[in-house]
Structure formats: C-alpha cells, structure tokens
Design a binder for this molecule. Structure first.
Ligand code: BDR
Ligand code: CA
Length: 317
C-alpha cells in the first residue's frame, strides 16, 4: 500500500477524505497533520483526534500552522459552510479525543517521516498549504524525497470554475497564497485537484443516504455532518448534494485513471485584486527570464469521470 501523510483542516469534506484514506486497502495512512482553515487549528486538531477515535485510527496527529505565512489582519473562518465547530454543528456526535496530539509540529513530523522513507511518501494536502511550505523551508531536501504531493486547491477555469470564495480564488489557496506558490514552484511532483474537477463530482442526497448504517458508524456520522453542508450548497449553487472536494483529492491516489491531467508550471497571484488566483502556463507561453521560467511543470486535473469517483468513495463502506 501507498504510504500517505494527510494534511487537513477538518472540515466536513476533510472528514470524508480521511475515512476514505483510513479504509482503502491500497493506502497506508502513516500520519495526520492539521492546519487552520475551516476553523482555527486548535479546533481542526481536536476534530482530527476525534475522527481518529470514531474511525479507529491510531496514527500520530501533529498540530500545524495557526496562521498563514503572511499574517492576515483578521482571522476568517467559513462557519457558514462548515459550522462553528468545523463539522457542520454536529460535533456532539463525535467522540471526545482519546489521546493527545503528537509532540512534534506538523512540518517537523513531515520532514522526519519523509527523510526516514525517501522516495516513498505521498503527501495529500486538503487545507491551506502552510504546513507543506514550512516543511520545505525547514528542510528543502525533502522536495527530492517526496514521491508526490496531491493537493486539493486552486481553480483554473477549464469548466468555468474560477473561485469559490471570491471571483478567482479557491478557499485553500486564498487562505495562504504565499505558501501555495512556494509549494507549486518547488522541485517535487504536484498534482492539483481543484474546483475544475471537484465541482463536477456532486455526491447526491441518494449517494449520502446510501452510506447510512454502513462503515461502523461512519456512514451515519457523515450523513449527519453533511446536512448543513448540503443546505449551504443548495442555497448557493442550487445543487442537490455536496461537492466532495477533499474526498476527490484522496480518490486521485487510488483511481488516477478517473482524472484527466494537464501539464505546465503553476503560479499563485499574491498581490492585488486577483490575490489567490492559480494560473497554469499549459501552453508554454512564458518566455525564459519570466517569473515562470525556473518553475517545474506540475499536473492540474481538468477532467474527471464523476461516476467513477463516486463509486470509488462508496467502495470503502
Ligand atoms: C476546500 O476548502 C475547504 O473549505 C474544504 O474543506 C476544501 O478543502 C474547498 O475549496
Ligand atoms: Ca479541507
């Protein structure tokens, strides 16, 4: 099985992705690292520990960044999407954590595990990219030792999806554009699973209802926490169901054939009104000496077989 470190800000779709990684036989989940994002990092860390208790997971959970690389004037959390507790107002259904977080900071854990198994570890990052950026700064040599970084983030407009928290910015990227730009321009292979594909994978009410009673309690829990998420999307985008953003990134590991990729360097706008926008030079238009010329080619998901992804998710219950 593929050794994975899961970097996350649980988060409703994060909770779905974690269950998938915990249960899929082709995945060897080695650790969880947490970051601010859907809620403050103390809350996302507690949620991760609670989800471990619920899913029967014993891997280390290391708390990470509480704020982006460039400090914001004011903290902003999407409580209208994920609830005050990050779990759709349903944290009463989650068991209390049965253990404490690891003593290491998230980026230290990432560096240690990658150095201990060069070439083997896949990083799956589904929150702001601050921990990955801190890990690269802490030990730049890890770039050559990570097998692959799969990121839920960004929006490239290939199907008209440019942003979900502003006209051109996706939530994980706008939460730390400097970190995202560092991660995408580092010399390691990155796959971006952004809104271009995640907004095409709608898990319907029927898909979610079918999980109830399955997965040793997880199906009922995921049904309960997605009630709030579903009504948010119904009111906003008019979809009957939910976008399974983070779960789609996790599923890329086990069903890569369900995704169509586009190659080219990726940068993030860090200044001005387009702050947080992700851009890929997939046609090789930027010349030498441009801000793109030193950047490695990365892979952006632009097509997806949504039925295949939904079936892959259901297969772990
Ligand atoms: C991303 O933002 C978060 O709110 C979700 O958990 C997901 O990682 C979607 O834009
Ligand atoms: Ca997330």
């Amino acid at each position: 099985p593929l050794p994975v470190i899961f970097d996350t800000d649980p988060g409703i779709d994060d909770a779905m992705a974690l269950f998938f990684l915990a249960r899929h036989p082709a995945i060897d989940l080695r650790a969880i690292t947490t970051v601010f994002g859907n809620a403050e990092v103390a809350v996302t860390t507690r949620n991760a520990l609670s989800l471990c208790a619920l899913y029967g997971l014993e891997v280390p959970v290391a708390a990470g960044a509480a704020a982006p690389l460039r400090p914001r004037s004011e903290a902003w959390y999407p409580t209208h999407v994920h609830g005050d507790d990050g779990l759709g107002g349903q944290s009463a259904l989650v068991p209390a954590p049965t253990r404490q977080a690891d003593g290491r900071a998230a980026h230290e854990l990432i560096c240690e595990m990658v150095n201990a198994a060069p070439g083997e570890i896949t990083l799956v990052a589904v929150g702001p990219l601050t921990n990955l950026a801190l890990a690269l700064r802490h030990d730049p040599s890890i770039a050559a030792k990570v097998r692959q970084a799969v990121v839920m983030g960004g929006a490239f407009g290939s199907h008209g999806h440019f942003g979900n928290v502003g006209p051109v910015a996706e939530a994980n990227i706008i939460n730390d554009p400097e970190a995202a730009d560092l991660v995408f321009t580092a010399a390691w292979p990155v796959v971006l699973v952004g809104l271009d594909v995640t907004q095409q994978v709608v898990m319907s009410q029927d898909d979610l209802a079918a999980l109830r009673g399955k997965g040793q309690g997880a199906g009922d829990f995921l049904w309960a926490i997605t009630r709030h998420y579903e009504s948010f999307y119904d009111g906003r985008d008019g979809i009957r169901g939910i976008y399974s953003h983070d779960a789609s990134a996790a599923i890329f590991l086990t069903a890569p054939e369900a995704f169509g990729l586009r190659a080219g360097p990726v940068r993030v706008v860090t200044e001005g009104i387009a702050r947080g926008q992700t851009i890929q030079d997939f046609q090789g238009l930027a010349g030498s000496g441009s801000p793109w010329s030193h950047c490695p080619s990365q892979q952006v998901c632009v097509r997806v077989d949504a039925a295949r992804v939904r079936a892959e998710f259901a297969s772990v219950f």
